[in-house]
Design a protein around this ligand. Structure first.
Ligand code: HEC
Ligand code: HEC
Length: 335
């Protein structure tokens, strides 16, 4: 089934080459952020983004019309969710914690095992996943083609009927606009405003200079995008990247997540097993448990109570309040 869908999608790439009349959309790139790599075959336009936003919020994408992308990726929570595992159709539970979609257009790989490279491809995962939307894109296309609003929007965005080609591209176009770069940290460091207090600055110094965090959580998006093991368990229920490569050396490796908006995206880790930032820091202090693939960058350290509090205050500075209430990202059905 999956390969059939890939075939459908690649047919679309050929179809795309008739240059449409729609105008380009210019992403607002925050100070300190690189340009987002261009989206060949799916250049951003307002029409595409508008269609993608509607689809993102529409439960029509799930078998029983109960679950939308936003059920698990909630704007108020930086497009993550506050449950360890979010139920899909009929309350079914998958195995992983819903990650934030902030700055997802920059991610060179997607999913905790880092095995997909484009947002367009990723969309087929939740749609088909038994414990998420449990549907299929052919059925969704049929429903959308019966809806005059979607048909109109689809033609104005891609000059084509709403099908797998359009659905995957439009949602991806919307996702690429989900840029978060106006936190207190950004204002302080990239925009040159003095907004962080002394405790927050002490926490920032710990994060960047004293501790090992930037060995992995580096760069403008606080991740080096590698997959690694951070020593959560001696025996992992989730095989991580090994699921994709089958290599023993990839067992229990997970993609380093961004720390942007981290105060809002609890619980933490691929399985949502750590409830608070205090506990995350306690984990790193211990250096993690023994695992044969654990990164050698994780070594135990000591941190006083007040230093721990400072570090958490710094992590709280990664919250971008504008992002959480930006009207452009809101549910269009509630406008
Ligand atoms: C039932 C909850 C649920 C629904 C519905 C859902 N997701 Fe997710 N999403 C997740 C989980 C859990 C993961 C992590 C999965 C993994 O790593 O294997 C994820 C991962 C992602 C990622 C990868 C992010 C990254 O940085 O690696 C993207 C992008 C994404 N989802 C977009 C969507 C879109 C678009 C939709 C709607 C078509 C959607 N999701 C529907 C729970 C959900
Ligand atoms: C060796 C690389 C590495 C180092 C060093 C590291 N991390 Fe992580 N971090 C990871 C990985 C990998 C994950 C995800 C693990 C998982 O999902 O099971 C993670 C997850 C997290 C999370 C949870 C993110 C989420 O959205 O669930 C937080 C918070 C975090 N790290 C903070 C820190 C802090 C603070 C430091 C420094 C004290 C640090 N990390 C050092 C690799 C690292």
């Amino acid at each position: 089934m999956f390969f059939f869908l890939i075939f459908l999608l690649s047919c679309g790439i050929i179809r795309q080459n008739n240059k449409d009349e729609v105008g380009p959309y210019k992403l607002e790139i925050p100070e300190g952020f690189p340009a987002m790599k261009s989206t060949e075959g799916n250049e951003l336009t307002q029409e595409r983004i508008d269609l993608g936003r509607m689809l993102f919020y529409d439960p029509i994408l799930s078998r029983d019309s109960t679950i939308s992308c936003a059920s698990c990726h909630n704007q108020a929570l930086a497009f993550a969710d506050d449950r360890a595992i979010t139920p899909g159709v009929e309350g079914r539970l998958a195995k992983r914690n819903a990650p934030t979609l902030a700055n997802v257009g920059y991610n060179p790989t997607l999913l905790f095992d880092g095995h997909l490279e484009t947002l367009e491809m990723q969309i087929l995962v939740p749609i088909g996943e038994h414990a998420e939307m449990a549907f299929n894109i052919i059925e969704i296309s049929k429903l959308l083609q019966e809806d005059s609003t979607y048909v109109r929007m689809s033609y104005s965005a891609y000059n084509w009927k709403p099908d797998a080609f359009v659905i995957t591209r439009a949602i991806s176009a919307f996702e690429r606009t989900l840029i978060s770069g106006d936190s207190k940290f950004d204002q302080q460091v990239y925009q040159g405003k003095n907004v962080m207090n002394k405790a927050e600055k002490r926490g920032m110094d710990l994060f960047f200079n004293e501790l090992n965090c930037v060995e992995c959580h580096s760069g403008f998006n606080f991740t080096n995008y590698t997959t690694t093991n951070n020593g959560l368990y001696e025996v992992y229920a989730d095989s991580g990247r090994q699921r994709v490569t089958r290599l023993e050396s990839d067992r229990a490796l997970f993609k380093v997540p961004t720390l942007r908006n981290i105060a809002l995206t609890a619980p933490y880790m691929h399985d949502g097993s750590i409830a608070t930032l205090e506990e995350v820091i306690a984990h790193y202090k211990s250096g993690g448990v023994i695992h044969k693939n654990k990164s050698d960058k994780l070594t135990p350290f000591t941190l006083s109570e007040s230093q721990t509090a400072d570090l958490i205050k710094f992590l709280n500075c990664l919250t971008d309040k504008e992002f959480l209430k930006n009207k452009k990202f809101r549910n269009p059905f509630e406008d």
